[in-house]
Design a protein around this ligand. Sequence first.
Ligand code: HEC
Ligand code: HEC
Length: 338
Amino acid sequence: MKNVIPKIQVLLSLAVVLVLLSVGSVVFIASGDNWQFFVEDNTPWKPKSITTDLEGEEKASLIKYGYDVITKSPEIIGPLSEDAKKRFAGNMLSCQNCHLEAGTKPGSGSFVGVANRFPQFRGRENKEGTLLERIDGCMERSMNGHKMPHNSLEMQGMVAYMKWLSEDVPEEMEERYKGYIKVDIPNEKADLIRGKEVYTQHCLVCHGEDGQGQRPNENGMYLYPPLWGNNSFNHGAGMHRVITAAEFIKTNMPYLQADIDNQVLTDEEAYHVAAYINSFDRPQKSNPEVDFPDKKKKPVSTPYGPWADNFSAEQHKYGPFQPIMEFYLNEYGIKKTK
Ligand code: HEC
Ligand code: HEC
């Protein structure tokens, strides 16, 4: 279990134990598990901000529109859009519900640096894919909807925003911001009873006993998004894989308490609660069998078949995952982490 060190204590211990490393223009200061990053003039490095850094930007209005799409998706590209032709997303989630702080929070699949990593090979399609195609993936799964035309203002805006966030990002920062942190996945089947206990203690207050979240009224956006049911991500989404969900939850939930440096849940708790929220009904993605044309490249915790192995659907959903990972290593020489 990781220690949760209050920030003030970190600062105090920094004064005593200082490990200083200078790489290029970025200075790393480490104390225990905690890392702080400073640029040359001793101010902490932070991503660009829509409120303070847009001035003088050539594509400012397009970038701002992309930011709006990401933070208010249901109103612009979802069920609440006034233009029926623009209702591409089928649920009530915003991109920001998973890519926190409009994609600027490290460890939440951040958009800081993302544009520099595409085009990229993707196992789900078994080919090189662009950033726009990656967004299509989240539209069809996380947002339970359809692809948007690539030349639409909404798509172009999101891409402009991501490119802008990805400019001039020091390499070390790109590493820190991207993806999720690794969680030590227990070598046991996820336990829904323990998952429910964690949920009741740490999640229920915001997401509700029925997992449906909270919103001010029937026509508004959610303050606390739903975790399962019709308005949630569909069964083809990354968040529906227990390992991926555990990684997201570990660094980001409970909301405003967990972050990349300080977490609330243990790895075991994140694992069991990830299984719990994914044990309920949610929308079904059509044609899931065409995903991962090369079945050997499918993540072990993809809960829908077919697979290139004989483990049960139950085990692909709830684990234990280590025996499946060992199988791929021994049988195909493939080392899997998710
Ligand atoms: C239900 C949660 C969820 C929602 C909502 C969601 N995503 Fe994602 N997104 C994910 C997950 C999970 C990943 C994979 C992260 C990983 O494995 O590192 C991902 C990955 C991505 C990536 C690639 C990131 C990288 O570093 O390679 C992009 C780009 C992206 N999403 C864009 C979007 C956009 C744009 C929207 C809204 C239209 C959106 N997502 C909505 C969960 C979500
Ligand atoms: C203090 C309120 C609060 C608590 C407690 C909380 N969440 Fe969240 N959760 C949020 C908010 C708000 C978001 C969306 C973040 C945003 O839009 O910036 C979110 C997003 C999520 C998402 C991604 C979006 C979605 O709807 O699927 C998941 C999954 C999630 N929470 C799971 C959990 C789990 C599991 C716990 C308990 C360990 C938990 N949350 C505790 C407020 C909370």
